[in-house]
Design a protein around this ligand. Structure first.
Ligand code: ZN
Length: 241
């Protein structure tokens, strides 16, 4: 099987991938409480699984996946045990330095794939700084917003209605599918620190939403690799003649 995980490659292989114009995905997650029934690695597990599966599934587009940024911006979860957060500026610096390192090795297609709601605004602001102050352009997306993910979530989930929530139906379903041994089914009910209804979750729904996310990411990777994404962004800024 073609290796797509950055950390498992040798430097010569990484150099070849950069020369081949590979897309480098940096999954960005968190280590935080997910109510009483899900493990604290939920966000890392979901976003890195989606990235790895999409990288393996896509044909004709070279893609490498970095190890996930396992801690993010989670000050609002610190009231509960197990959460580890970075300070705002530490997080921005960490993301900047990881993306700049990837760029330094010749990668010009860098995708920041976010898997934690509390990171979204930070990543969006940080990307502007990265481009303007560090000369590194990268695209950034929350995996749950990649079309057609919102539609798939509305179709497959009965309570989350296209919204990712927190330890609710969507994430619980995904974890029942991906890491069932780490889910405490007896505790899969709403508790403080959750957003949504975990009691509606099933592994089957989880399989559906993860497959939809992989499909959505494959579509994005194709568009990014072909230059279509940058074209769209340029058009929005109104720059081209
Ligand atoms: Zn989560």
């Amino acid at each position: 099987m073609r290796e797509v995980l950055w950390e498992r490659l040798r430097r010569t292989e990484i150099e070849q991938a950069a020369k081949a114009g590979a897309v480098a995905i940096i999954p960005i997650a968190s280590l935080e409480q997910h109510a009483n029934h899900l493990p604290v690695n939920t966000d890392s597990n979901i976003v890195s699984t989606i990235a790895e599966r999409a990288a393996r599934a896509i044909e004709g587009v070279p893609v490498l996946v970095l190890p996930p940024i396992w801690t993010g911006y989670s000050p609002h979860h610190m009231a509960y045990p197990g959460s580890v957060t970075l300070k705002y500026h530490t997080f921005v610096d960490l993301l900047t330095q990881v993306a700049s390192s990837v760029h330094a090795h010749g990668f010009r297609k860098i995708l920041l794939l976010n898997g934690h709601g509390g990171n979204s605004a930070v990543v969006a602001g940080m990307r502007t700084k990265l481009a303007e102050e560090d000369g590194v352009s990268a695209v950034g997306y929350d995996y749950w917003n990649l079309p057609p993910m919102p539609e798939a979530m509305r179709r497959l989930c009965t309570t989350d209605k296209g919204f990712v929530g927190h330890a609710g139906e969507f994430e619980t379903s995904a974890q029942m599918y991906l890491q069932p041994e780490l889910v405490d089914g007896r505790e899969a009910v709403w508790a403080p620190g959750a957003f949504g209804d975990p009691s509606a979750a099933t592994a089957e729904k989880g399989r559906g939403v993860i497959e939809a996310a992989v499909e959505a990411l494959v579509r994005l990777l194709r568009a990014y690799h072909s230059g279509e994404v940058e074209e769209r962004l340029r058009w929005r800024k109104g720059a081209p003649e």
